[in-house]
Each structure stands twice: as structure tokens, then as C-alpha cells.
Design a binder for this molecule. Structure first.
Ligand code: NAD
Length: 368
């Protein structure tokens, strides 16, 4: 396993697919085509040392095939790290269906895709991602059992957001312990950006703990309702980053931790659910350190979603999923210890923890 980040230029400079796979040791890439239904998809299996490769299917109107391949290589590798750090027995995979969902998504296309998943015999298990919902998972399920994210009425795990929020809350408490010597968030000023499914559950946990809440969302109705319910102070997009606060919780979009926002942020901790928070891992991962901000790596603290679907494979039980998400406190603490001991940024420490687990389990597998 290599800790380097995928460099898009490096990947696209090669037109050779196996060469692109070998850069980060992807195990298998499956190209799926069905002219009858207009299906063009790629399934990426990065690593199955810990278990079957699980990751969502994204439907997107990619400009070209290379863009879709780059995305599937990058995202499937990310899933390997996320599951490894979360301590679950899953490998990393991801799938992309190429095309505009409004134009191409049909029952026949989804079922055809389901047949391709089934042909892999469980090596890849799918879930929801961008432009896919639980109804789509139900349709794929008509052709294969290797699907998660089914509705609760079908024995699935339903909405993962409460479990994700629990994990973020745990990561935040572990961060507070590291910075303030005490994991209580009482009286801390926390900025929550994005009051969607995860944000609203996170706010519930934080409010119960006596946090002073600062909130922002582009959806004014949500903003009004949440600020009223929790007596939270409403921020505008202009004072969102510069307000005097202790913790910033990005729960909307990625890349909000960048050079411009870091110039404004006064917080001591960044910990939220959004994926890919650092605009550039290497540059901004170091910049947060230089500014004296503790960054709780996003893929560590937002692993509640993958933990939730993992328990769906075992016969779903929300209590078990929540109990596992609580352990994100210990994992986050361990990552801060590695970062301090090895004098590396926290995002790299998280990658290292993932690689250590995969390499250790690979040794056991080799013995069998
Ligand atoms: P969501 O769509 O329910 O909520 C996102 C919220 O962000 C919406 O209320 C939206 O209005 C708001 N928003 C969009 N652009 C914004 C902006 N520029 N500024 C402020 N607010 C903005 O999504 P979610 O399920 O709550 O997920 C939030 C984030 O966490 C996403 O990045 C998602 O990928 C990530 N995540 C979610 C889960 C999960 O279990 N739902 C798991 C892992 C990661």
C-alpha cells in the first residue's frame, strides 16, 4: 500500500488502463456495456484484503471515458482507506454509470447493471451515491443480492445520517480532548455549515451537550427552522469562516478548507461530515497544522455511513451500528497520536493507520 495521493495528471498521462491500475495497485476494473439499454459503466475494485469491495454507484454525465475511469480509480481507493480505518471487514470499491441520470436512468438500465454486479459473485457490493437513491437500489436488487442501502421495509439499513452524525460528534469530542484536555463540548462555539441530513442530527447531539451553535445553509427555510429550534446564531456566507468560534464543522460540500478560508478561520478544530474537505490534501493538510488547527480527517469521522451499511450485510441492527460509530472517538485519538509521534499531518496519519491494518491482515490471509 502506498500513501501517495492520486495525481490526476499522473493518471491521465497514461492511456494504458492496466498502467493506471498499477499506480495504486487496483485489483480489477470491470467495463460494462449493454447497447440494448444504453448502459456504459465501470466498476472499480481497489483492494479486497479485508473483505468484499463495497462502495456506492455514482451516475454522472462525464465529459469522456477517461474522466469516469479516473473517478472510479480515485473513489474506490478512498473506500479501501475509509473501511480499513473504520475497523470493518470491507475492501474498497466504487462504480460509475456514464450519462445524464435524467435522460438515461431506466429500470432496464439499472437491472442490466445489477446483472453485471451479480456476475462478480460478491467481490463488489454496491450502495447509493450521487444521483442514486434507495428505490434504484431496490431495482438493482431484482438482479443481485450484492446491494446495500435498501429501505428499512426491505430489511435494509435506511437513512445512514444519524449514524454518520454520531461518528462526527465522537470525532469532535476526541479532537476537543486533544486540544483542550477535556472532551466536553459544553460552552464551545461550533459553526455547522450545512443543515441537511447529517447536519441536523449533529446539531441535536451538540445542543444536548450545551454547545453554542452558529449555523449556515443556503436553504433559508432550513436555516430559519433550525436556528429557531436550537436558538442557534445564523451566519451569512460572508461571516461564516471569520466568526470567532472554537470548532468548524463542514457538513455541506467538499473543498471548503482552502487558502482563502484558512486565512479567515479562527477555530482550533475542523471536524465535519463533508467528503474531501481539504481542497488540496498536501497543501491544505500542512497549512492547517501551520495555523495551529487540529484537522480530524473527514473519511475517519464520517465513516458512520459505511459502518451503517456494513451492519446491513450482517442483518441490520441500528444499536450495533451506533455502538460501532461511537468507536470513532478512539480511532480519531489514535490518529492524533500517530500524527504527533511521526510528525506528519493528521490526514497522512489516518492513511498510515489504514495501511497498517490492511498489511497486518494480508499477512494472516497469506498464512491460510
Ligand atoms: P444533504 O444533501 O442532506 O445536506 C447538505 C446540506 O448542505 C443541504 O441542506 C444544502 O442546502 C446545504 N448546502 C449545499 N451547499 C451549501 C453551501 N454552499 N453552503 C451551505 N450549505 C450548503 O447531505 P447530507 O447527507 O447531510 O451530507 C452532508 C455531507 O456529508 C455531504 O458532503 C456528504 O457527502 C457527506 N456525507 C454524508 C453521509 C451520510 O450519511 N449522509 C456520510 C458520509 C459523508
Amino acid at each position: 500500500m502506498s500513501t501517495a495521493t492520486i495525481n490526476e495528471k499522473e493518471v491521465t498521462s497514461s492511456s494504458n488502463v492496466i498502467e493506471q491500475m498499477s499506480l495504486f495497485n487496483h485489483e480489477q476494473i470491470v467495463f460494462c456495456n449493454d447497447n440494448n439499454v444504453g448502459l456504459k459503466a465501470i466498476i472499480g475494485i481497489h483492494n479486497t484484503v479485508l473483505g468484499p469491495a463495497l462502495g456506492g454507484t455514482r451516475m454522472w454525465n462525464y465529459a469522456n471515458e477517461q474522466e469516469a475511469l479516473t473517478d472510479v480509480l480515485r473513489l474506490s481507493r478512498g473506500m479501501t482507506y475509509k473501511s480499513a480505518v473504520a475497523g470493518i471487514n470491507l475492501g474498497g470499491g466504487k462504480a460509475v454509470i456514464i450519462g445524464d441520470p435524467k435522460k438515461i436512468k431506466t429500470e432496464a438500465l439499472l437491472r442490466s447493471f445489477g446483472k453485471f454486479i451479480d456476475s462478480l459473485g460478491g467481490k463488489y457490493i454496491t450502495a447509493e451515491d450521487v444521483s442514486m437513491n434507495s428505490r434504484d437500489m431496490e431495482i438493482i436488487h431484482m438482479e443481485t443480492d450484492y446491494v446495500t442501502g435498501l429501505p428499512e421495509s426491505m430489511g435494509g439499513s435506511g437513512d445512514p445520517s444519524p449514524v454518520t452524525a454520531m461518528g462526527v460528534w465522537m470525532g469532535m469530542k476526541a479532537s476537543a480532548k486533544k486540544v483542550y484536555g477535556n472532551d466536553s463540548l459544553k460552552g464551545k462555539k461550533v459553526i455547522v455549515q450545512g443543515l441537511g441530513n447529517v447536519g441536523k442530527h449533529l446539531i441535536e447531539y451538540l445542543a444536548k451537550e450545551g454547545v453554542e451553535l452558529f449555523v449556515f445553509d443556503i436553504d433559508e427555510e432550513k436555516l430559519k427552522a433550525i436556528s429557531k429550534q436550537y436558538k442557534a446564531k445564523v451566519l451569512s456566507k460572508d461571516d461564516l469562516y471569520s466568526v470567532d468560534a472554537d470548532i468548524y464543522a463542514p457538513c455541506a460540500l467538499g473543498a471548503t478548507v482552502n487558502t482563502q478560508t484558512l486565512e479567515q478561520l479562527k477555530v482550533k478544530i475542523i471536524c465535519g461530515s463533508a467528503n474531501n474537505q481539504l481542497e488540496n490534501e498536501e497543501i491544505h493538510g500542512r497549512m492547517v497544522e501551520e495555523k495551529g488547527i487540529l484537522y480530524a480527517p473527514d473519511f475517519v469521522v464520517n465513516a458512520g455511513g459505511i459502518i451503517n451499511v456494513y451492519y446491513e450485510l450482517e442483518g441490520y441492527n441500528r444499536e450495533r451500528a451506533l455502538a460501532h460509530a461511537e468507536r470513532i472517538y478512539d480511532t480519531t485519538t489514535k490518529i492524533f497520536e500517530i500524527a504527533e509521534r511521526e510528525k506528519i499531518p493528521t490526514y497522512l496519519a489516518a492513511n498510515r493507520l489504514a495501511e497498517e491494518r490492511i498489511n497486518a491482515i494480508a499477512k494472516i490471509n497469506a498464512r491460510l
